[in-house]
Structure formats: C-alpha cells, structure tokens
Ligand binder design. Structure first.
Ligand code: BG6
Length: 470
C-alpha cells in the first residue's frame, strides 16, 4: 500500500482531436488541399476524410457537450491549409475566422485551448515542391507559425508544434511522408532523416518566435514516445533495446528539448549514410528553441530483440500502427507475451505508461502533458441507443491510475487529453475504429444523422474530471 499524491490543482483534464480527422468541410471557405485530401486510395472498406465528424459545422454543439462533461481543456489541431491554402502564400481570412470563433467558443465555456499547429496534413502545394525534403518548407512553417501567433497568440496559451514527427519519420511510408519515387531502403531513410532535420529546425524557429512574441505562453513538441523493452535479459537484447530507444525516442526528443542530436543516434545515421545536411546556423537555431514542456502521445510500448542479421528483421507486427519495427543490424521487433491486445491488435500496457512518464521526466525534467492515449474499438449502439463501452472505461482507469502513480513517484504532469473527444476517422482504418468519448452516428459510407451521443465512458470520465481524482 502506498499513499498516492493527488492530481495537481488545475490539472488540465480534457480530450483531443485533429483537424482532418474530425472537421470535414475539406474544400470549404477557401481551404486548400492537404496531402490527406490528395490521397487517391483508402484501405478497402474505409471512408475518406471529406465529411469526417462534420465538426467544422457542428463545433458549437460539440463544445457545448465538452463543457457539459466538464472538460477543462480541449486539444485540437489547426489545418494549415485553412489558414494558408497553398502553405506559403496568402492568408485565408475565412480560415482564420473559423479558428478564432472556435477558440472564442472554448474560452466562453472556460475550456483552455491546446493547439497543435500541424497534425499530418501538410499543404499539398508544398508536397508537390518536395514536401519537408525541400528546405523552403522550413520557412513556410515558420511563417505559418507566426501567422498563428499573431492571430491567436492573445487567446491561446498552450501550443504544440508538430504531431508525432518521430513516427512520420519511422513510418514514413504508412503516414505518407515518404516520396513514392524513392525505391531503395537507403534512399528512403536518407530522405526521411533530411525531412526530420528540416522539421526540427522549423519547430525550433516556432518555439523561439513564440517566446519572443508571448513570453508567458507555453510551447512544446508532441511526439509519440514509448518505453522500449528488451525481449529478454540477454545482454544482446538489452543492447538492441538501447539502440532502438536512441533511434525511436531520443533522436527526436534530444533535439526538441536539448537542441542537439543524440550522439548514439547520430553515429547510427553516419554509419548507415543517413546523416542530414545541416546548414550553417542550424545548430544555433536548434539551441534557441527551448520547449516549456514535453507533450507526448502514448498508446503502447514495444519489445525488441537483437538483430539476427539475416535480412529479416523488418517483421510486421501489431502495435498502434502495425509497425515494421526492425532494422537489420540494429534491432528486431518482438511481440510482448505479457500484454493483452485491443480488437485492433495494439498491445495494452498501462504500467508501460508509468515507465514512459518516468523515463521522459528523468531525462529532461520538463513538465509533461499527455496529448493522446486511448482505445480504438468497434463500438456499437445498443437497442436502447446507448454505447456501453466498459472496456474503454477499464483502459482509461488503468492508465490514469498509472499516471497518478508516476505523479506519486515525483514526475511532474499537468494535463491529460486522451484520444479522442469524439469519434473521428482513424488514420488508416476508417471510422469503424472508434476512439471517442462521444459517439458520432455515422457509418463508413452512410452518414446517417451524425448525431452526438456521449458514451458510458464519457459519463465515467466526467466524474474523474469533476473530482480531479479516480
Ligand atoms: C496517433 C495520431 O498516432 O494515433 C492520431 O496522432 C491517430 O492522429 C491515433 O488517430 C490513433 O491511431 P489510428 O491509426 O488508430 O487512427
């Protein structure tokens, strides 16, 4: 038995969404196309993102519902292509007005906005010029960030730069970051690490500029971080876990939080021939962009074993994104036999959440914000018109319990915004894979009435938010 520390006063309880997965209105009011809109095909049986949850037209109703449930905060993303349709040209006033109204609506309900500046939906016009591989995207992002600060900086106090940049690099193929013309593994990786570097510089500029314009506002990165477990106590497996940890987590976070590359990760890139080109001045820019906190998305952990060097380390396995997780000579992905899985094959590891919180805190000593955590499931409306998602309540309870244990361990955590506030379209598995606290009445291809119905988990979570305790 251990006495638990309470959640801090004013803890930011709420939930999360991203623009393209929830808004719809993909081509309305001057919005330009993003890489998501330009996508030509979807996995069989899954919908596109054209209507999504129609939040663009229903945000007032949605926010009223968030307020009724007692959200203290709402984490959402701004679609770059609503603000600057081609990524770098004129500002679209209608897009600015939409987000200003949304932010005002949140503030009117005493809900603190946490804004992600970019969540996977790069303007297609930039993609056509080489996307993040093109150095010009750095300036385009820095300018976009400054437009956001100038328009909304007086109302928004918490900013997140780029969602899951580390996964956009590790899973460039799945997340559409990769140039499809590249064929060899070496060319793909080299290209991705150059993209990564450009995003790092762009992010540092945004952090630097916010601090100049609004010194009291807070900004941080929002990667997906997870503890890496060795599959056994074999020293070679432990070393493989160190290897993958350096590449998956610290390659990204050390630059974001300390302004410099992790030496193990840099050596890895050198040996493989993936080192990015750094321009004079980049090192200083990276150092100038200090985050006020670290936000991160947590779904599950990953186990790895030593590479067998047989060319077969890139096994596809379950996990949030059905990762290809291995790399010859570095590590090999392994299933974790100790963990149960969701209906979609993702391992469920609440203790890993505490482990991850501790590891990040220990390394950086910056306050932590959990920007995503959640369970994708085939929720069904029952004959009484209810969604009894007890499995989601169990999932959230177990994770919140571990978060409180981490706080008791001494980790500083100031908010939790699970995925997702309402049902939305999954990145690659359509709308049948539901994460929401609030049900949206639509099917993959039948939009029905898009009615909102709080699930059983929403009522349960409302009590947690109200009591600031489990
Ligand atoms: C995170 C993303 O990786 O996981 C979200 O930031 C995403 O955009 C969420 O929806 C769940 O993943 P998926 O693939 O099940 O939608």
């Amino acid at each position: 038995y251990r006495e638990l520390k309470p959640f801090p006063k004013n803890f930011l309880w709420g939930a999360s969404t991203s623009a393209y997965q929830v808004e719809g209105a993909w081509n309305e009011d001057g919005k330009g196309p993003s890489v998501i809109d330009a996508r030509e095909s979807y996995p069989e049986g899954t919908t596109d993102f054209k209507v999504a949850s129609d939040h663009y037209h229903r945000y007032r109703e949605d926010i009223a519902l968030f307020a009724e449930l007692g959200f203290k905060t709402y984490r959402f993303s701004i679609a770059w292509t609503r603000i600057i349709p081609d990524g770098e040209g004129d500002v679209n006033k209608a897009g600015v007005d939409f987000y200003r109204n949304l932010i005002d609506e949140l503030l009117a309900h005493n809900i603190v906005p946490i804004v992600t500046m970019y969540h996977f939906d790069l303007p297609q016009a930039l993609q056509e010029k080489g996307g993040w591989h093109n150095r010009a995207s750095v300036d385009a992002f820095a300018r976009y960030a400054n437009v956001l600060f100038d328009e909304f900086g007086d109302k928004v106090k918490y900013w997140l730069t780029i969602n899951e940049q580390n996964l956009m690099i590790l899973q460039g193929e799945a997340l559409g970051t990769l140039d499809p013309k590249l064929s060899t593994q070496a060319d793909k990786k080299k290209n991705l690490y150059q993209q990564n570097h450009h995003m790092m510089v762009a992010q540092a500029m945004a952090m630097r500029d916010l601090h100049t314009k609004y010194p009291d506002s807070k900004i941080g990165p929002a990667p997906n971080i997870a503890v890496i477990y060795p599959a056994s106590s074999k020293p070679e497996d432990i070393q493989a876990a160190f290897n993958y940890n350096a590449i998956r987590n610290w390659l990204y976070l050390d630059v974001a939080a300390r302004g410099e590359y992790n030496t193990l990760a840099w050596r890895y890139m050198e040996e493989k021939g993936y080192t990015p080109e750094m321009l004079p001045g980049d090192a200083e820019v990276l150092k100038s962009g200090r985050p006020d906190f670290i936000a991160f998305n947590y779904y599950t952990t990953q186990a790895v074993e030593a590479s067998r060097g047989d060319g077969n380390d890139e096994v596809v396995r379950g996990g949030n994104k059905l990762l290809k997780s291995g790399e010859d000579g570095v590590h090999r992905g392994a299933a974790n036999p100790h963990l149960p899985r969701t209906q979609f094959g993702t391992e469920i590891d609440p203790v890993g959440f505490r482990n991850t919180l501790r590891e990040i805190w220990d390394r950086y000593h910056l306050p932590l914000l959990i920007t995503e955590n959640g369970l994708g499931a085939f929720d069904k409306l029952d004959e009484n018109g209810e969604i009894n998602d007890d499995y989601r309540i169990d999932f959230l309870r177990l994770h919140i319990e571990q978060m409180q244990l981490a706080i008791t361990d001494g980790v500083e955590v100031f908010g939790y915004t699970p995925w997702s506030a309402l049902d939305l379209i999954s990145t690659h598995q359509g709308c049948a894979k539901r994460y929401g606290l609030i049900y949206v009445n639509r099917d993959e291809f039948d939009l029905k009435d898009l009615r909102r119905i709080p699930k059983k988990s929403a009522g349960w979570y409302a009590d947690v938010m109200k009591n600031n305790a489990l």
